[in-house]
Design a protein around this ligand. Structure first.
Ligand SMILES: Nc1ncnc2c1ncn2[C@@H]1O[C@H](COP(=O)(O)OP(=O)(O)OP(=O)(O)O)[C@@H](O)[C@H]1O
Ligand SMILES: [Mg+2]
Length: 251
C-alpha cells in the first residue's frame, strides 16, 4: 500500500460536511479515477491525499510515498507567462531543494517536454501555445520531479474532445512506461473508464465512496477505439448506474 485512509472526513469551518468518512487503500502503481456529482468533495479529497489540505481530526491517513514525491496538475495549466515552456518546467526543479546544476536542470526539463511531445516547443511562451499544449507543459512540469504520486484534478476538462483523447492516450502510455500511482478526477465517466484501472464513485455531498470498482476486464493498452468495445460500454454502464443511484435529485 502507498496511500490509505480510515474514516477520513472533512468538514469546513462553516460546518459544511464535504466528505463523509471514507476508507480506502491504494497500492503502489495503481491508476485511480474519481467520479461523482459536482460539489461531492472530489477536489477536497484530492487535496487532502496530496497533503495540500488537512482532514478532520480522528481521520487517519497514511502516506508511504517518499516526502516531496507528489505532483499536482490542476484544471488550469497555470503557466508563468514570462517564462518559456522550458522555463516553466525548469521552475519545478528550481523549487526542489536538492536541485542540481542549471545544465542538469535544463536537461531534465527538456527530457520531460519531449516525453509529452513538445520537444520542438521548448522556447515558446505560453501565449504562443494552444490549450492542449499548455496542458502538456503542465504535465511535463508535474513529471519532471519524477513523482511517486501524481494527482490530476479535471486536467483535460476544458479541452476539445479530440485534444482530450490525445492527452488521455498519452497520459495512459506515460504511466505504463514510467509507473507511479495516479489519482485522476474527472466528470466524464467515459474518460474514467478509458484511463484508469480502478474507479471510485462518490455520492452527492457529503461524498461517500459508494463504489470502488476495478476495470479488470479491459486491456492494459487503451486507445480511443476501445470506446466501441462492448466490455468498455459495460463498464461505463456499471459506473453510470452507481452514480445515478447515489445522486441527490436537485431541488
Ligand atoms: N476551502 C473551502 N472552504 C469552504 N468550503 C469549501 C472549501 N473547499 C470546498 N468547499 C466545499 O466543499 C464541498 C466540496 O467541494 P469540492 O470542490 O471538493 O467538490 P468537487 O467534487 O470537486 O466539485 P466539482 O466537480 O464541481 O469540482 C462544496 O460544497 C464546496 O463548496
Ligand atoms: Mg472539483
Amino acid at each position: 500500500m502507498i496511500l490509505g485512509g480510515r474514516a477520513l472526513r472533512k468538514t469546513f469551518a462553516s460546518e459544511l460536511r464535504a466528505l463523509a468518512p471514507i476508507d480506502f487503500a491504494v497500492e503502489r502503481g495503481e491508476f485511480v479515477a474519481l467520479v461523482g456529482p459536482s460539489g461531492c468533495g472530489k477536489s477536497t479529497l484530492l487535496r487532502i491525499l496530496a497533503g495540500l489540505d488537512q482532514p478532520d481530526e480522528a481521520s487517519s491517513l497514511e502516506n508511504r510515498a517518499n516526502p516531496g514525491r507528489a505532483s499536482f496538475v490542476f484544471q488550469e495549466a497555470a503557466l508563468l507567462p514570462w517564462r518559456s515552456a522550458l522555463g516553466n518546467v525548469e521552475l519545478a526543479i528550481e523549487l526542489d531543494a536538492k536541485a542540481a546544476s542549471s545544465e542538469a536542470r535544463r536537461f531534465r526539463a527538456r527530457d520531460a517536454l519531449a516525453r509529452v511531445g513538445l520537444a520542438d516547443f521548448a522556447a515558446r511562451f505560453p501565449h504562443e501555445l494552444s490549450g492542449g499544449m499548455k496542458m502538456r507543459v503542465s504535465l511535463a512540469r508535474a513529471l519532471v520531479t519524477d513523482p511517486e504520486l501524481l494527482f490530476l484534478d479535471e486536467p483535460f476538462g476544458a479541452l476539445d474532445e479530440f485534444t482530450r483523447l490525445d492527452l488521455d492516450e498519452d497520459l495512459r502510455s506515460l504511466w505504463r512506461e514510467r509507473g507511479g500511482t495516479v489519482f485522476f478526477v474527472t466528470h466524464s465517466i467515459e474518460e474514467a473508464v478509458l484511463l484508469a484501472d480502478r474507479v471510485w464513485v462518490f455520492s452527492s455531498r457529503p461524498g461517500r465512496l459508494v463504489l470502488d470498482h476495478r476495470l479488470a476486464g479491459l486491456p492494459a493498452e487503451r486507445k480511443r477505439e476501445l470506446r466501441r468495445d462492448p466490455r468498455y460500454r459495460q463498464e461505463v454502464e456499471t459506473i453510470e448506474a452507481a452514480l445515478a443511484r447515489h445522486r441527490e435529485p436537485r431541488a
